[in-house]
Design a protein around this ligand. Structure first.
Ligand code: ZN
Length: 433
């Protein structure tokens, strides 16, 4: 491991934890993990058609764990379907005359907690176990708290999770049911982070390093490995809902690995990231910087929203401290940061359930909403290969599925009931988009 800023060699995770998860020389929170193998065996591995990973741990040689015996996994993390979503391709062609390909990376299909966070969960639990860490602290809007709770429980590690007032009850229940401690904070996500930090300091417990955490970044980069293994062509556009931003940082890390090995297999995709309209500080900072043509230091100029009121609680990062890293990454990729009208998330989720038989969680509905807005705004181009990260399914948000009800009819006589063809709903759903 090396400091990304000054290049200081940090050796391993034991040293990194000892240094307080920052560079002892320059205090940078960003560190890079490098592998001796330099990706050469990787290419051989994925070119072999008989290679069928059971989980991201089949990429062990490119992951920061020393001993396989410390793997904490329930199987399948990160090895999820990539589906062509033809209905979005048809719409792009019919309405905008664009020939594009759309892939949905079904990270909602992760077995343990039904979100993309299972990747971080298995990685963090394994590395903590390897380093004999018995207690851990995290602040979370919900999904990362649930994943850590589940995986750390399997490793026999006690977790204290600080969640904001806005988090839904089921998140609290899912964290707590594994026997982990939940502190519901009287305040927003930023306040939960502050308290988690004070608590970690007071009791000398290791605190999750958040969006720049190399454990999380190394887990998320394996998404790119799966694209290389499974897709005929590398995506030109990557879309996800944006809260903290460790997803794009992970993708950029994977791209860097190949560049450093002189294996120029692909270009970094354009990152088109979407925030919910009621909590979109990065999108607002981006719009502002873009209007001024990205003046010097623009990445440090962002608004902070206290106690944001959004129905997409998992995306309620009102103080976007990762913007100085995420903003420039998006800029370098020639991408965009959008704000999607969150009132429309229900219509988007209904449409996707109808057309693809996939029940999106609210954050994933924001991702797909960002796709529709990108078409409208001209951000997608002829020939683009778009990859949508479907980061969470409906399982994570039982309150959201109730909003999807639209055919309920109260009856007490057979005269009130007539057969309706499924097809008759289609136009109605598309008209809402
Ligand atoms: Zn440094």
């Amino acid at each position: 491991m090396h400091c990304s800023k000054c290049g200081l060699k940090i050796a391993d995770f034991a040293s990194w934890f000892r240094f307080g998860q920052k560079c002892p020389d320059c205090n940078s929170l960003l560190v890079n993990v490098w592998y001796y193998d330099e990706m050469k065996n990787f290419i051989r591995m994925i070119m072999d058609k008989s290679f069928k990973p059971a989980s991201l741990w089949n990429y062990f040689d490119y992951l920061p764990l020393m001993n396989r015996e410390n793997i904490v996994s329930s199987g399948g993390e990160g090895v999820v379907p990539l589906e062509r979503w033809n209905f979005l391709e048809r719409y792009s062609k019919e309405k905008y005359g664009l020939n594009i390909i759309v892939w949905a990376h079904r990270q909602d299909d992760n077995y343990s907690t039904g979100t993309f966070k299972d990747l971080a969960g298995t990685m963090v639990a394994s590395i903590l176990k390897e380093n004999n860490i018995s207690r851990y602290v995290v602040a979370s809007t919900g999904n990362i708290g649930v994943a850590y709770s589940r995986y750390l429980a399997a490793a026999g590690i006690s977790l204290s999770a600080f969640i904001p007032q806005i988090s839904i009850k089921s998140q609290e229940a899912e964290i707590g049911c594994f026997g982990q401690t939940v502190y519901r904070v009287d305040g927003d996500y930023h306040r939960a982070k502050e308290l988690a930090k004070e608590y970690a300091t007071k009791y000398g417990i290791l605190l999750s390093a958040g969006n720049f955490d190399p454990m999380r970044i190394e887990a998320k980069k394996t998404m790119v490995y799966e694209w290389l293994r499974l897709l005929p062509d590398f995506p030109t556009v990557y879309m996800q809902a944006l809260s903290g931003g460790s997803g794009p940082i992970g993708i950029a890390k994977a791209c860097e690995e190949f560049d450093n090995s002189n294996l120029k297999l692909f270009e970094m995709p354009r990152f088109i990231l979407t925030q919910p309209g009621n909590c979109a500080p990065m999108a607002h900072a981006w719009d502002d910087a873009k209007a001024k043509n990205f003046p010097h230091g623009w990445e440090f100029d962002y608004p902070v929203y206290k106690n944001p009121v959004t129905r997409i609680q998992t995306l309620s990062t009102g103080n976007p401290t990762a913007f100085p890293v995420v903003g420039p990454l998006v800029h370098k990729s020639r991408g965009e940061i959008l704000a999607f009208d969150e009132e429309k998330t229900v219509d988007v989720a209904r449409l996707v359930a109808y057309e693809a038989a996939v029940r999106l969680g609210p954050a994933s509905a924001v991702t797909v909403g960002g796709f529709f807005d990108s078409l409208k705004l001209g951000y997608l181009k002829e020939g683009d290969i778009v990859l949508l990260n479907i980061g969470e399914g409906i399982r994570r948000a039982p309150d959201f599925i109730e909003f999807l009800a639209y055919t309920t009819k109260y009856v007490n006589s057979i005269d009130d009931c007539q057969p309706v063809a499924r097809e008759s709903y289609r136009q109605h759903l598309w008209d809402k988009i």
